[in-house]
Design a protein around this ligand. Structure first.
Ligand code: AGP
Length: 617
């Protein structure tokens, strides 16, 4: 997805800070980058296809003057190929307005025709250049008031946008606006800034204002005034983000993904340990959760909806709920829900799970449920995200910023939060006794030290051996049962999205209903065979694979020689209760996908074609 960073200060040169902020957004995926300043009544722009480093080289040779105001953008091509002329920032044809924009202006073609008829000339294929010309065309009508011209323009466009604009007439103020695309405003010392994502501004401030849909704001070095769609001033509390800039940086790791895999034991503590209420064998959520026992008893079912990796955690949310609270759960792919028959909401609670809180499909599903009178609990990792602000109830995972496009620690945090949620529901509905609750809390509390063995030299060696099997194949199968069926699916998604090797995750019981036809010496299987109700069945599956010359990478409990003797490589994991095995078993599969992708020289943190947050449907 595109990235926006902008700042306006009292004096000095904000360009280095803005470009540094842009770099923290590289994980979102992009194909070009650009910056703009306003100096001496003129807009100056530099923009290049390729990585930010290419833009920096250009600036080194063809620099811009120091400026207390700058706009910057990384573009993920939608309208128009990745070419310099299509890169942002875009100006109108008279260089009066400059804009950076995330999202899609759906009616840009007819707007462009009207503007061309009025004499505007275009040099790019983008919807953003149309927007810049539209705003400029309205400046005169609004006596040079950029904010008014933008508000008037936005009444004429359809689609999603997060934008920052500046006028050649005013070098110490910028205008921002958002609709269905995230934008945050930072309040710094003698400087105000804006970005599509908080980590981009952590080098400038940790105090933020979040714009709601349809709002605009005027930023000057000492102020930010937010306006609602009716141009009424809005007051909004400042939110303090406790992420340090370092947390958002790599911390010495070669990739964000590896750092985030290894942060998972800490994530367990961050997501869970302040919420454990041993005295009652229960958990206590923050006030933003807002669902008391009575409400939790009223729901006849919980319906989980999400996309991608979050969909896999939703599958486990259902299993935890049925296991701990004996309450039926449904799981729906959020994009599929949007086109399903509009049934009555009834007494269901919908749980929308989204690490970013900005996934378009998941947000639309939330709004659809709410439009039918349903209530939504959002499980999310980003405070101030759209899901955090629009859900009726919120459970944050507190994992810290997840930068790698392939979700790892956020998934782990989701599983932890869903485990706690199911325990809370079970205790509220009195189907889980205090003693049973205490046992589940104890299992969770004792999990953290057990995870250390997954990061030992022996574990790393086992991952390398397993990678020897997968790194050279074109396709493979991940199998799991029960709590580990979603983990098989997640392991397959991890491998395919960063190594580009085709991988499918299946419930192991399905193997003989089709996939077994694929198995031969060139088609390996990753089988999760840890202790539990389905262990013997998994061992049988492994034997069936071997009988057809298929190679097996097994996930097995430490010391399990029965499985190890059957497998070509074994990823040992600590022995834990079956209901905690998903949190343990996913880690070696994440490490395996990382090792394979890295060995193949893939861009682990920014895999091709992928974005960290899919903010368009
Ligand atoms: C995760 O590895 C993927 N990059 C992707 O499937 C992701 O989980 C999906 O886009 C949902 O994102 P969300 O959790 O931010 O809603």
């Amino acid at each position: 997805m595109c990235g926006i960073v902008a700042a306006v200060g009292v004096d000095g040169n904000v360009l280095p800070a803005v470009i540094h902020g842009l770099k923290t957004l590289e994980y979102r995926g992009y194909d070009s980058a650009g910056v703009a300043i306003v100096s001496d009544g003129a807009i100056q722009v530099r923009r290049r296809t390729g990585k930010i480093a290419v833009l920096e080289e250009d600036l080194g040779q063809n620099g811009l003057p120091a400026s207390p105001m700058a706009l910057a953008h990384t573009r993920w091509a939608t309208h128009g190929a990745p070419e310099d002329r299509n890169a942002h920032p875009h100006r109108d044809h008279l260089d009066k307005v400059v804009i950076v924009h995330n999202g899609i202006i759906e009616n840009y073609a007819e707007l462009r025709t009207d503007l061309q008829d009025a004499g505007h000339e275009f040099t790019s294929d983008t919807d953003t250049e149309v927007l810049a010309n539209l705003v400029a065309s309205l400046l005169e009508e609004h006596e040079g008031d950029l904010h008014a011209a933008i508000q008037s323009s936005l009444q004429r466009v359809h689609g999603a946008y997060a934008l920052v604009a500046a006028s050649s007439e005013c070098a110490n103020s910028i205008v921002v606006a958002r609709h269905d695309s995230p934008l945050v405003v930072g309040i710094g010392e003698e400087l105000t800034c804006a970005a599509s994502d908080m980590p981009a501004l952590l080098g400038l401030t940790r105090d933020f204002l979040v714009l709601e849909n349809g709002e605009t704001a005027v930023l000057t070095p000492h102020s930010c005034q937010i306006f609602d769609p009716n141009n009424q001033p809005v007051s909004r509390d400042i939110q303090h983000c406790d992420w340090t800039p370092e947390q958002a940086e790599k911390g010495g790791y070669p990739h964000f993904m590896l750092k985030e895999i290894e942060e998972q034991p800490d994530v367990l503590a961050r997501t869970a340990f302040d919420r454990l209420h041993d005295a009652e064998g229960d958990v206590v959520f923050e006030s933003e959760f807002g669902l008391e026992d009575q409400a939790l008893c009223r729901f006849s079912r919980l319906r989980f909806m999400a996309m991608g990796t979050s969909f896999h955690s939703a599958l486990l949310g259902k299993q935890f709920l049925e296991e701990f609270a004996q309450l039926p759960g449904d799981v729906l792919n959020a994009s599929e829900f949007l086109y399903s028959p509009k049934l009555k909401e009834g007494d269901a609670l919908t749980v929308i799970i989204s690490q970013s809180g900005e996934t378009a499909d998941s947000l639309r599903a939330m709004r659809e449920v709410q439009s039918r009178g349903g209530k939504v609990l959002g499980i999310c990792n980003v405070r101030g995200s759209t899901l955090d602000r629009e859900a009726d109830h919120v459970l944050l995972t507190h994992c810290g910023p997840e930068v790698g496009v392939a979700s790892t620690k956020a998934f782990f945090g989701q599983l932890t939060a869903l485990y706690l949620l199911a325990l809370r529901v079970g205790r509220a509905r009195k189907v889980l006794s205090k003693e049973q609750g205490l046992a589940l809390l104890s299992d969770l509390r004792h999990l953290r030290p057990k995870l250390d063995s997954l990061f030992s030299d022996e574990a790393e060696e086992a991952v390398r051996t397993a990678a020897d099997i997968l790194a050279t194949v074109d396709s493979c199968l991940f199998l799991g049962r029960g709590f580990n069926h979603p983990i098989a699916m997640e392991g397959a998604l991890k491998l395919k999205e960063i190594s580009y090797i085709h991988a499918e995750g299946y419930p192991a019981g399905e193997m003989k209903h089709g996939p077994i036809a694929l198995i031969d010496e060139s088609f390996p299987v990753v089988a999760i065979a840890t202790p539990g109700k389905t262990y013997e069945k998994m061992v049988s599956n492994i034997e069936e694979v071997r009988a057809r010359s298929g190679k097996v990478v097994a996930v097995a409990a430490e010391g399990d020689q029965k499985v190890a003797q059957l497998a070509d490589a074994t990823l040992f994991v600590p022995k834990v209760p079956e209901h905690l095995s998903p949190l343990v078993n996913v880690i070696p599969l994440q490490q395996l996908s990382y090792e394979v992708a890295n060995r193949l020289g893939k861009d682990v943190d920014q895999p091709r074609n992928l974005a960290k947050s899919v903010t368009v449907e």
